[in-house]
Design a protein around this ligand. Structure first.
Ligand SMILES: Cc1cc2nc3c(=O)[nH]c(=O)nc-3n(C[C@H](O)[C@H](O)[C@H](O)COP(=O)(O)OP(=O)(O)OC[C@H]3O[C@@H](n4cnc5c(N)ncnc54)[C@H](O)[C@@H]3O)c2cc1C
Ligand code: SF4
Length: 462
């Protein structure tokens, strides 16, 4: 260990740019056995490992699995990594590590953080390739839990319950499981086969998956409460926000999730709405987060004639991952910073022709440390566009059946829970992930799902 002085941080290789843009395949080629050991060997095994204690919402045993893989013990590294995380090969691919574990790594200042995410993804990929598998108990208890929503929160809850021998029925409104891992995050960040592989493992371990079942539709919470020992709600927050701009109801103004979902449906060879075909179009995406980056990079691969991003603040204040921003630039996206959209413009035929804009500047930080956006009067100008995609954040969907049952929510519709257990105001019903905390990250949804699974175990297995 501790080879960080002679051994530099190295990112996994990216597929060549021209090849990459021809399809929606993952762009990173993760480490082989030799490279994963070499990168892990850089770790200094800190006494107080900030990567874990500060950087990781799951408090993964990062130094321990780094040490194991550096010592050529793939099986131990795999088991340690899969002990606290329900799907490390997925989170290793999509977590914004620069603001989490790698941002907290002691070596980040000066030597380059350990490539924790890429090592994490590589360990489990290599272990599965080598035929290793996750142990699940062979005999289950007679307890059963209903999990509503098959995204990262529901997946994590199901994983830890199955590992404790508790049966799980998962109810999902869509025709495929995985939530935003399947229908939101594009294939170039996360290959859908990786998600399917996890579900295959859980189904083998006894998970019963019920697709096309909607809570509040054909599925009632009262029935679930009667039929199961506990219920977990992980129904996400995917109701897209409009900008409130004049003209933003135009049919060529898309919400990010509608666009990404349709393109993924096409990738699955399912029916899709051909209005979302962006070939030859000038595309403007409004927003500066990860969803905006995903729309931009999807539009490039879709054959748009130009793709630009409008963001009201500057580059330093973008909320998205720095890695994805650089990938977008590399792939030909133009960024227009400090520009605020005012109005959708149409030509004489009513077709969308552009967006009118004002320039902005950021104010000095206020008492709360935040810099506000100030629009500059008289700076009107416009950008030409055929399609505008709004990537401005998400709200929780209202499910009237929840309030009818007395499940308390806040004024944004997010489910209120006990912070330690994820228990809602109704006995035996738990919640977590985006439907409880608002649109956030896969790893925080995973931590919420695990939290409720542990609380249910305490209650059911006592
Ligand atoms: C485009 C995009 C890119 C993202 N990129 C990243 C990233 O790179 N890294 C990262 O960490 N996070 C990313 N995120 C955020 C991350 O995907 C979410 O925080 C995470 O998926 C939340 O998990 P969840 O289980 O709470 O909800 P979801 O993933 O939204 O899953 C909820 C599930 O519940 C189902 N459902 C909803 N209502 C009902 C109902 N009434 N009955 C039955 N089922 C229902 C939905 O169909 C869905 O399958 C991204 C989000 C988006 C939109
Ligand atoms: S903070 Fe960095 S160097 Fe320290 S234990 Fe974690 S990964 Fe290793």
């Amino acid at each position: 260990m501790q080879s960080f002085v002679e051994n530099n941080r190295r990112e996994p290789q990216k597929v060549d740019l021209t090849e990459r843009l021809k399809n929606f395949e993952e762009i990173y080629r993760f480490f082989n056995n030799r490279d994963v050991r070499k990168q892990a060997d850089r770790c200094v095994q800190c006494g107080d490992p900030f990567c874990t204690s500060i950087g990781c919402p799951l408090q993964n045993h990062i130094p321990q699995w780094l040490e194991a893989i550096a010592a050529r013990d793939l099986e131990r590294a795999f088991l340690l990594s899969n002990e606290s995380s329900p799907y490390p090969e997925i989170l290793g691919r999509i977590c914004p590590q620069s603001t989490l574990c790698e941002g907290a790594c002691t070596l980040d200042d000066g030597y380059g953080a350990i490539t924790i995410g890429a090592i994490e993804a590589s360990i489990t990929d290599l272990a599965f390739e080598a035929g290793l598998t996750i142990p699940f108990p062979s005999r289950a208890t007679d307890m059963r839990v209903a999990v509503v929503g098959s995204g990262p929160a529901g997946m994590a809850c199901a994983h830890f319950l199955l590992r404790a021998g508790i049966g799980v029925d998962m109810y999902e409104r869509a025709n495929r499981p995985g939530g935003l891992l399947t229908y939101g995050i594009p294939g170039f960040k996360l290959d859908k086969a990786i998600v399917e592989r996890r579900f295959a493992l859980w189904e083998k371990a006894g998970l019963r998956l019920h697709l096309n079942q909607e809570l509040g539709g054909s599925l009632s919470l009262e029935t679930l409460q009667c039929d199961y020992d506990a219920v977990f709600l992980g129904f996400g927050a995917t109701r897209g926000r409009r900008a409130g701009l004049e003209g933003d109801q135009h049919e060529q103004v898309f919400l990010a999730m509608d666009y990404l979902t349709q393109i993924q449906r096409r990738a699955f060879s399912e029916n899709w709405d051909h209005r979302y075909d962006l070939r030859g179009k000038r595309v403007v995406v409004v927003g500066g987060g990860d969803t905006a980056m995903d729309c931009l990079r999807t539009a490039v691969r879709d054959g748009a004639s130009s793709v630009s991003c409008l963001y009201r603040r500057d580059q330093d204040n973008m909320p998205g991952s720095v890695k994805e921003f650089h990938n977008a630039i590399e792939e030909g996206v133009t960024f227009r910073f400090n520009e605020s959209p005012q109005r959708i413009l149409c030509d004489e035929n009513g077709d969308l022709s552009g967006v009118s804009l004002l320039k902005t500047e950021l104010t000095e930080p206020g008492a709360d440390g935040r810099r506000q956006v100030r629009e500059l009067p008289g700076s009107d100008h416009c950008v030409a566009a055929d399609v505008v995609i709004l990537a401005l954040g998400f709200d929780t969907e209202e499910i009237p059946a929840l309030s009818a049952l007395g499940i308390e929510t806040d004024r944004w519709g997010q489910v209120l829970v006990d912070a330690r257990t994820g228990a809602t105001s109704v006995d035996g019903v738990y919640a977590g992930g985006d439907c409880q905390r608002g649109a956030d990250l896969a790893v925080t949804a995973a931590a919420d799902g695990r939290r409720s699974a542990l609380a249910m175990m305490e209650r059911l297995l006592d």
